[in-house]
Design a protein. Structure first.
Length: 127
């Protein structure tokens, strides 16, 4: 029997990855202090748009591993249309293709400002 399948726990951590435990407490306090009562999604989207590296901090804060996040984002981007009438996904590929992209790929989409709407459209489905 392979080590990965010796226990349910081993298999789980292989599939979903391990969450980093380093948190920038001052950054967390700043984000929470400025968190509005309404339109919290827009606030978080603005923070991410200003600095794509904040994604790693927020991901860690909510307990999502890098692997789980990039797999979920890869799936969302593959299955999300920009317009309902489109025959392709928001990356311009077939709706039947599913390419796995590292988290850095999605951060680069944010850095390229023309793609920010597509990224924010896709992450809005994470709620």
């Amino acid at each position: 029997m392979h080590q990965l399948t010796q226990s349910v726990q081993n298999e789980f951590w292989f599939l979903f990855g391990i969450v980093d435990k380093d948190l920038d407490i001052p950054l967390l306090m700043q984000i929470l202090k400025n968190l509005p009562a309404n339109k919290q999604e827009a606030y978080i989207a603005t923070i991410i748009e200003q600095n794509a590296e904040v994604i790693d901090f927020l991901r860690t804060f909510v307990g999502i591993s890098d692997k789980r996040m990039y797999l979920e984002l890869s799936y969302l981007f593959a299955k999300t249309k920009y317009l309902p009438t489109d025959n392709t996904n928001i990356l311009g590929k077939s709706m039947y293709e599913l390419d796995k992209h590292p988290l850095s790929y999605f951060k680069n989409l944010i850095t390229g400002k023309e793609h920010i709407r597509k990224f924010l459209c896709a992450i809005s489905f994470l709620n």
